[in-house]
Design a protein around this ligand. Structure first.
Ligand code: ADP
Ligand code: MG
Length: 684
């Protein structure tokens, strides 16, 4: 294949015949800008024009292809009256009707007393059959162009089937024979087609509608690989050579000795993995995945202790003020006896104080900076930053992750933490650019949260229970139903609930919802944390991660509206201390089968990873909560549930390919899916 031909695929659409300025504009609206975008715009159905019907057999409202004799053309000069062409065949009469069409043009395509082919939707008007603005009109010689199944594409205003077909056929017919980036034997043995055949079939058969067809599987596999290769390239980019850190774990061991609990074996394992990275001469880019309450914070603080011992500064960032404050407090406690300088920085820090902190960072007096996004403002300069930890990171996308990794400079290791377990098959799609450490074990003494379900109409029985809980010094979360995507409706339901609960427990209730400002939210959470109020009514806005040691009851209304993972996350807000915690799922009377299943799974399981797998099976990956920004939305064709085997296959495949040898081929693949091409830089 010559380069010129291969380049055809990546040319702009206006290189095609018949695509002018206006057409280009319309195509752009459908995000079709390059010829490859036409290749990837698959038909969703077909229009059957394959049979020539007789007039006496047509069905009103259906598309028909007719062979007609042109009998008479009339062009009334009165405004609003259409041009009309009377036609017939041996079985009846039909009118073809045009609004705004030029007389000369119509006379040309409708020659009097000649047979022609007309294809379009048949209607009935004033007791006459007619076709208004037919899709196709052609001579008998050219009927093969029309009398067939014609692929149907999703189009926008300004683009009709006929117009779009002109270009899509130009593309599929002129497709250059591509030097396939996959070996033939591989393609055959995994039930796929080679690239050219796959594209050809997707546009000219029912294959595009069947996501398990050989051609569709091929496209899905390409897409998955393009994503995985990109992530693994990112990973190489981030994991550059750095100076290794030297420490003897002196501070860390002191801290471990002073803890009131023993680390779990998973915590020890993960800490060792992190320490190994710190001591190595490649930058760390690692994520700790661990269920809510599995004890990730202490692991990160122990790693921080090691980095400080090796004479580097550290930064610990989390998404909210209150969570950052909690980390700050904990760090102060555990580093109490060590000679370590810890500072807190957020958007709320006073300018005077901030100035002092910035100085301390610059001259190296501050060893550890804890705070919110404010940590990454431009004007903040560290003297010797060696380690950045980011908590609850699942909200960030791949791009932001890369930015964060770049912030610290060349000797800075990066550790992320996430409490949202994700199914095994999606691990690579979401975190393929990082090394992954998992904490699955929970601290030993922790009691399993008791999960109950109750129909909503018995809500009155709950008040007595709530009273007894408060008497026992337990605090309560009350999560209001998720009504739909609208924050306003969620708010109004939460407000109503607040009024009801506040009547029963006057002055003891707080309300949190999405429309509150961050500071207002933090204030209420603080009141709850300090036990100034005992009940917190909220929409689903509360961050996970905050430790509320006295919150031991959570009531979740309309629980059937939530997905499994989300319910598990919500439930994880309680039961962080050593008292028994309870979660009550309230539901409306008529539960779907699926909802019953979900409630059952929650009652019987508390392993977030298992629950995430089940969630994926029940709901599909589009709904996986909390990953809106992640790599998942990059998939247009592949679906982790339906193409589960392809995801696994791609993971193995990408691990074993040698990018250097096959660079050209992979670059073709990456370009197809709008990924940056691989440019190998000599490592220094
Ligand atoms: P998460 O992984 O959700 O961030 P945290 O780090 O906030 O969890 O830990 C939750 C609670 O568990 C904290 O109060 C912490 O002190 C406690 N904890 C952490 N590790 C252990 C352990 N090995 N044994 C007992 N309690 C622990
Ligand atoms: Mg946490």
């Amino acid at each position: 294949m010559s380069l010129q031909k291969k380049d055809f695929i990546f040319q702009d659409v206006n290189k095609l015949k018949g695509v002018g300025k206006q057409f280009t504009k319309y195509l752009k609206k459908k995000k079709i800008e390059k010829i490859k975008d036409i290749i990837f715009n698959l038909p969703y159905s077909e229009t059957d024009r394959s049979k020539i019907s007789k007039i006496n057999e047509v069905e009103i409202g259906k598309i028909h292809s007719l062979r007609l004799m042109v009998k008479k053309l009339s062009f009334p000069r009165i405004r609003n009256l259409p041009n009309r062409i009377n036609c017939e065949d041996h079985t009846g009469k039909i009118d073809i009707v045009y609004f705004n069409s030029r007389e000369g043009y119509l006379r040309k395509i409708y020659p009097l007393n000649k047979w022609i082919i007309v294809s379009g939707k048949v209607s009935y008007f004033k007791s006459k059959l007619q076709i208004t603005n037919p899709d196709y009109v052609t001579s008998l010689e050219n009927q093969d162009y029309v009398i067939k199944n014609i692929p149907k594409y999703k189009l926008t205003k300004g683009l009709n089937e006929k117009k779009y077909r002109l270009i899509s056929e130009q593309v599929t017919k002129n497709l250059p024979q591509v030097d396939d980036w996959l070996e033939e034997s591989f393609v055959n043995s995994h039930g796929m087609l080679n690239w050219n055949n796959a594209i050809e079939k997707l546009h000219n058969s029912e294959d595009s509608k069947n996501n398990q067809s050989k051609s569709y599987r091929r496209l899905a596999f390409d897409e998955i690989c393009a994503n995985f290769i990109t992530l693994s390239e990112n990973r190489k980019r981030v994991k550059k050579i750095k100076k290794n850190k030297n420490f003897r774990k002196l501070i860390a061991n002191n801290i471990i000795d002073s803890l009131s609990y023993k680390l779990t074996s998973d915590q020890i394992k993960v800490l060792n993995e992190v320490n190994f990275d710190l001591r190595s001469n490649k930058r760390m880019f690692r994520i700790i995945q661990g269920d809510v309450g599995s004890g990730k914070t202490i692991v990160s603080l122990l790693a921080i202790a090691n980095v400080i011992e090796s004479n580097y500064q550290c930064a610990l960032m989390s998404p909210t003020e209150i969570l950052s404050q909690q980390h700050f407090k904990l760090a102060k406690e555990i580093f109490d006896k060590e000679n370590i300088n810890i500072e807190f920085l957020s958007g709320k820090t006073e300018p005077k104080k901030k100035k002092k902190i910035l100085e301390g960072l610059k001259n190296g007096e501050v060893n550890l900076l804890i705070g919110t996004h404010a940590l990454f403002q431009k004007k903040i300069n560290f003297r010797k930053l060696g380690f950045v930890v980011i908590d609850e990171q699942h909200k960030f996308g791949v791009k932001q992750r890369l930015d964060l990794a770049d912030k610290g400079g060349s000797n800075c290791d990066v550790l992320l933490m996430s409490a949202t377990p994700i199914p095994r098959t999606m691990m690579m799609s979401i975190y393929g650019d990082m090394d992954i450490s998992k904490i699955t074990e929970k601290p030993a003494f922790r009691k399993k949260i008791i999960t109950l379900s109750k129909p909503e109409k018995k809500i009155d029985e709950l008040w007595i229970y709530l009273k007894s809980q408060i008497k026992n010094k337990n605090q309560i979360f009350w999560v209001c139903p998720l009504i739909d995507e609208s924050k306003i409706l969620d708010y109004s339901s939460a407000k109503k609930k607040f009024d009801i609960v506040n009547k029963i427990f006057p002055g003891d209730v707080g309300l949190i919802h999405g429309a509150l400002k961050k500071e207002e939210k933090d204030e209420i959470l603080k009141n709850f944390l300090e036990r100034k109020i005992n009940i917190l009514v909220s929409t689903t806005v509360i961050e996970v991660g905050i430790d509320f040691p006295n919150a031991n009851l959570i009531v979740i209304e309309n629980a059937n509206k939530f997905g499994l993972s989300q319910l598990h996350q919500l439930r994880g807000r309680v039961g962080r201390g050593n008292k028994q915690a309870t979660c009550i799922l309230l539901y409306k009377e008529s539960l779907s089968k699926n909802a019953i299943k979900r409630i059952k799974i929650l009652k019987n399981h508390d392993d977030g990873f298992y629950i995430a797998e089940e969630d994926l099976k029940l709901r599909g990956f589009g709904d996986l909560s909390g990953f809106q920004q992640s790599g998942l939305k990059n998939f247009k064709f592949a679906n982790p549930i339906i193409h589960n085997d392809l995801f696994k296959l791609a993971e193995r495949y990408v691990k074993n390919i040698d990018h250097k040898i096959n660079q050209n081929r992979y670059n073709f693949l990456l370009k197809l899916f709008d990924k940056a091409e691989i440019i190998h830089v000599q490592e220094v």
